[in-house]
Design a protein around this ligand. Sequence first.
Ligand SMILES: C[S@@+](CC[C@H](N)C(=O)[O-])C[C@H]1O[C@@H](n2cnc3c(N)ncnc32)[C@H](O)[C@@H]1O
Length: 213
Amino acid sequence: MGRIYDATWGRAFAALYDHLLEGTEEAGLRDVRRDVLAAASGRTIDIGAGTGVNLELFPDAVTDLVLAEPDPHMAKRLRQRLSESARQAEQVVAPAEDLPFEDSSFDTAAFTLVLCTVPNPRAALAEAARVLKPGGKLLFVEHVRSEDPGLARWQDRLEKPWRFIGDGCHCNRDTVAAIEAAPFTVESVERGVLPKSPPIVKPLVRGSALRSA
Ligand SMILES: C[S@@+](CC[C@H](N)C(=O)[O-])C[C@H]1O[C@@H](n2cnc3c(N)ncnc32)[C@H](O)[C@@H]1O
């Protein structure tokens, strides 16, 4: 978003993030995360891990956990949470578009509330496909463009101010279409709402996709 923005609001956003989401997590988002992440297994990467809200939600079937987060303010909070957790994980400071891992080196990749924010979702999905083994699982929980044309129009109108408030978050992305256009076969998509959130970020999708062979 720019150096001054990142050093001021970007820093404050990371500091406030858990607090801002607390009501939403308690009203159901944490349960959605847990349900979706329950399908993770083997070597798993949480891409854009933020402050580490998913850390305790990965099941025991996850044998190795990598947390990738490029933002230095988020990464600092992630490091702190990891140091206080019994859960072992490797943290890397890396963007979704350029992950420092070999091809086909993960069984599962997770995006939660990240494909709304990454500068290049197409490149991020291509990179997730690259690091996943063929048949590997992509798990996602994302707020998306509304299927209601009226609300979608408001998402388009308010995209810029929301992006400014939301540390780069785009409220009008059709993320399911982006996943379908990437080298994945969608297994399941469920639509719902992000509880206790403004209307333009309410439409939520959760689901899974398999890395094409
Ligand atoms: C709304 S937060 C979500 C954090 C966390 N995944 C969650 O579920 O709460 C968006 C996250 O995407 C991260 N992000 C922004 N650009 C990114 C990129 N290019 N690659 C990976 N993550 C990115 C941000 O730093 C932030 O941590």
